[in-house]
Design a protein around this ligand. Sequence first.
Ligand code: F6R
Length: 365
Amino acid sequence: DKGNHRHFMAKEIHEQPEVVGRTLAYYLDMSSGRAALPFDLPVDASKLSRLTICGCGTAYFAGLTAKYWFERFARLPVDVAIASEFRYGDTPLEAGGLTLLVSQSGETADTLASLRSAKARGQKVMSVVNVASSTMARESDVIAPTLAGPEIGVASTKAFTCQLAVLACLALALGRARNAIDAETEARLVAELMAVPGLMATALKCESAVEGLARELGRVRDVLYLGRGTAYPLALEGALKMKEISYIHAEGYAAGELKHGPIALIDSEMPVIVIAPRDKVLEKTISNMQEVAARGGRLILIGDAALASELAEEAETAIVMEDMASDFAVMAYAVPIQLIAYHTAVAMGKDADQPRNLAKSVTVE
Ligand code: F6R
C-alpha cells in the first residue's frame, strides 16, 4: 500500500524519520545516554585489530560511510569491500576477527558468498540485514537487524538510512568497549543520534525546492556529485540513485579529487551537486565549490542557510538544510539526495519503483 504517495519510493523516503527512530531506539538506551546492543558481540572488541565491512551497491556505501565512524569513535581500522571483489580476493583475515555484512534483503548472492568465505577464513560474521528470516541472517554468528520494515521500491532508501543508524550505534558500542570514547562523549553522540529523526523530518520539507531543481535536471545528460568525509560516500550513493531510476549518467567523487581529473568535465552544461554539511572539512569543500563556479559549472549546493548565503553568487540552486552540528548529519543529508533522484525520474516520466533491467534482490551472480 502506497498510502497517499504515487510510488513506494516516495512513501519509503517519507517513512524514514519513523523507521530510523525505531531502529535507533532498538540500539540505544535513551535514559542512560549509551549505546546498548541487544546482543553480545561474537568477539572481544578490545582485541580487534581491524574490521571488514562488505556489501553491494547502496549497502556497500553504507559501509563506506560507517568506516568514518568506526575509525573516529572506536579507533578501529576498517576495510570496506565490494562483495563481488571480496569473495574472490586474497585479503588476509585474522582468525577470530570480525566481518560485517550489510544487506537489505539478506539474499544478495555476492554478499552471501562473502559471508561464507569470511567464515571459512576463520572470521566471526555479523549481518546488518533488513529481512530477519533471510539466508544471511541464518548463517551469521550474530544478526544486527535494521527495522526499516519491508522495502518495496527497487531503489534502496529507508534501508540505507537504517543501515547507517545500526552501524553508528555499533561504532559507539565498540568505542566504549575499546575505551576509545569516554562516557561524556558517548552521551553527546547518543544525543546527536537521537536528534537525527527530527532532522530528517525537517529535511523532507525541502521537497518543493527539490521538485523545481528536478525539472532542470530532467534535461541534462550528466551530473557530478561531490562530498568530503561522510558526504563522500553519500555523493556515490546520490549518483547511483540518479543513474538507476532516471537513467541520467551520474558520478560521485571525493571533492578533493576534482582537480585530479573530473574538473575537465565542467562547463556551463554540467550540474555539480555538492553535499556540504557543516563539519571540519567544510572550508575545503567551499574551495571546491568556488573552483566549479569559476569554471562556469552549474553549482547546486546542499548545505545550511549560512552557507547558502555565503555562496549565493556562486550557486545556481541551494537546497537549504537545518543548522546542525552533528557527526551524523549525513543521515539527514541523505533525504534531499534521495528526493533529487526520485523527482528527476518522475519529471522525466520514468517509473521510479521499477527501473529497467534491475531486480530488488540480486540472488544470482
Ligand atoms: C540501490 C540498490 C542496490 C542494492 C544492492 C544490494 O538502490 O538497491 O544497489 O543496494 O543490490 O542489495 P542488498 O542490500 O539487498 O544486499
